[in-house]
Design a protein around this ligand. Structure first.
Ligand SMILES: [Zn+2]
Length: 327
């Protein structure tokens, strides 16, 4: 993995690309960028063929762990890893701990295990069980197991400290297990930065995680609206200042629905028609909306990169805020 970055100065961000990704080393990801959201390797509602009609699909797909953990036995027996199993041998796979599109109830993590929520309910994963599953998936990148149960905004200092301590201890155990796993020699582990909304715990988490041999970082616990926007921005900028510049960072966010674009759906169908499909529970509604949403989301990241390149990020920001107010 080669990361080429152009640093645009204080507050102006990082523009660049991650190249040499995947088993063939032929995939690149433009930065800032997003990942393709999937469930068990499929974009929701879309076939592999339909996905080809969406412009700007990123070369890296997110594979949430809960659905993969449920087919662990099958994957283990298959032995050749998830990419080939799900029919995406050329896509770079990032295995995230949770599914950002599914709720994750609070109060189920312990010092020994983290709870995942799949279609058949709760699964408890210890570090060693987690690494067994990663050995079967053989992802290109994966998020280390961590205790991120501080999203509610009422977690407090003690709970924030515990989330950092537990996550570091899971990380150390997983790094040791990775050393002993030939199946995971080509996989890169991301360490999660935890600590809720307590700045000193966030900083401790960032510093301690950066000392370990991880391939990148996940800024966990910033999804959703539980945390005030100002707190969120302050924590993210303080935490990123502690992280080395030459490793990728990832933040979970599935993104909103936007309107008006050049996608397959908008080019061919009216709003009234899509609304009709929704009301009558036609499966096509999901397909069309997913194509629209994906293209918008991927296009949004492309616009951010263009704005960074042309030093017009402030103008883009103003435009986006103006549009958001009109909605
Ligand atoms: Zn559209």
């Amino acid at each position: 993995m080669v990361m080429e970055l152009k640093l645009l100065g204080a507050g102006r961000g990082r523009l660049g690309s991650l190249a040499g990704l995947g088993r063939s080393g032929a995939t690149a990801l433009a930065l800032p960028g997003c990942l393709l959201y999937t469930r068990t390797g499929s974009a929701p509602h879309l076939t592999h063929d339909t996905l080809r009609d969406v412009r700007g699909v990123p070369g890296v797909a997110q594979l949430p762990l809960p659905a993969m953990a449920e087919i662990h036995d099958v994957l283990e027996e298959y032995k050749e890893g998830a990419a080939k199993f799900i029919g995406m041998p050329d896509t770079v796979l990032y295995c995230s701990l949770h599914d950002p599109a599914s709720p994750c109830p609070s109060g189920y993590n312990t010092n020994k295990a983290v709870s995942l929520w799949g279609s058949s309910g709760r699964m408890e994963l210890t570090a060693s069980k987690f690494m067994d599953i990663q050995r079967a998936i053989q992802p290109d990148w994966f998020q280390c197991i961590s205790d991120g149960d501080t999203v509610s905004g009422e977690a407090g200092r003690k709970r924030a400290k515990k989330s950092v301590d537990r996550s570091l201890s899971f990380l150390d155990e997983c790094l040791q297990l990775q050393e002993k796993s030939p199946e995971l020699r080509g996989s890169v582990m991301f360490g999660a930065i935890e600590g809720g909304d307590i700045l000193e715990e966030r900083l401790r988490s960032a510093r301690e995680t950066a000392k370990r041999p991880v391939g990148g970082f996940l800024l966990d616990g910033f999804q959703g609206c539980a945390m005030a926007k100002e707190t969120k921005l302050k924590l993210i900028s303080s935490v990123t200042a502690e992280l080395p510049e030459d490793k990728p960072r990832y933040q979970d966010d599935f993104g909103p629905v936007l309107e008006g674009c050049s996608c397959y759906c908008c080019q061919r169908h009216t709003r009234a028609y899509v609304n009709h499909l929704l009301v009558t529970n036609e499966l096509l509604a999901g397909v069309l909306l997913m194509m629209h949403n994906f293209q918008h989301y991927f296009g949004f990241f492309s616009a951010i990169r263009d704005a960074l390149r042309d030093n017009k990020l402030d103008e883009l920001k103003k435009l986006v805020f103006r549009q958001a107010q009109q909605m």
